[in-house]
Write a protein that binds this ligand. Structure first.
Ligand SMILES: [Zn+2]
Length: 246
């Protein structure tokens, strides 16, 4: 827990100094070379068993060097060199759009249920969902012996991974602004502010959530153009982003 709080302070102190502006406009990831990390993680193999053509393409996109480097850069934050094998499987029985079922190895399995996405969902929205699950798998791999749960994973994503996730997204989708990508990274994290499952161990992290929103120039004001829910929904419903693919 102490480490997590320190990460929060780092994000808030290390970001842009533009206060209430549109958040940082300086990517932390420059697209390959230039990473200061000494870890050498990489994606060793992607096994793409997806039948749905859209999701098949999304998984294939992860094999492009730009995306591979971006994911390796995210994983390098763990300061451990991991060689990952990621298998994608379609599973119409899961109750959520995507799920990782990884054990304690470098072999990650990501399940996808295409029918749980809005039929017009943009490729950007589907891609961020897949990226979110890969980071869950990586966090869980390095949380062996540490009591963790989904909410704790989400707190780590909120505090430590949005910058690199969003830069990875803009590398793959050049028409997307960095701020749009940052907004999308908040998707799936809202159990930090809402106890969706009536979990007795649930903790209210809304103070940190609101700090993070402010850091990226986002808010929850329904009349604002920078409203987080509206920003995500546009991509979720395919009103913004690349042509929907099914
Ligand atoms: Zn999650």
């Amino acid at each position: 827990m102490y480490m997590l709080i320190r990460e929060v302070v780092w994000v808030m102190a290390g970001g842009s100094t533009d206060g209430s502006g549109l958040g940082s406009t300086t990517p932390a990831y420059s697209g390959g070379a230039g990473s200061t990390s000494t870890s050498t993680s990489s994606i060793n193999d992607i096994i793409n068993n997806l039948k749905n053509p859209c999701f098949y393409n999304i998984a294939q996109n992860l094999t492009t060097s730009n995306m591979k480097n971006a994911i390796a850069d995210i994983i390098n934050q763990f300061k451990i060199s991991d060689q990952l094998n990621i298998t994608f499987i379609e599973d119409s029985t899961i109750s959520v759009p995507a799920k990782n079922v990884s054990g304690n190895t470098n072999d990650f399995t990501i399940l996808i249920n295409p029918s749980k996405f809005n039929s017009n969902a943009s490729m950007e929205y589907k891609t961020i969902t897949v990226l979110h699950e890969i980071i869950h798998a990586e966090i869980d791999l390095h949380s062996i012996g540490i009591q963790t749960n989904q909410q704790m994973d989400h707190l780590q994503i909120l505090c430590g991974y949005i910058d690199k996730m969003s830069v990875a997204m803009t590398a793959l989708f050049p028409n997307m602004t960095l701020n749009e990508a940052e907004s999308l990274c908040f998707d799936g994290l809202n159990d930090l502010i809402v106890n969706n499952n009536n979990d007795p161990l649930w903790t209210d992290w809304s103070t940190i959530w609101n700090q993070a929103l402010g850091h990226y120039g986002l808010n929850q004001d329904p009349s604002s153009l920078n409203n987080i829910g509206i920003a995500i929904q546009k991509y979720e419903l395919g009103q913004q982003g690349s042509t929907p693919c099914n």
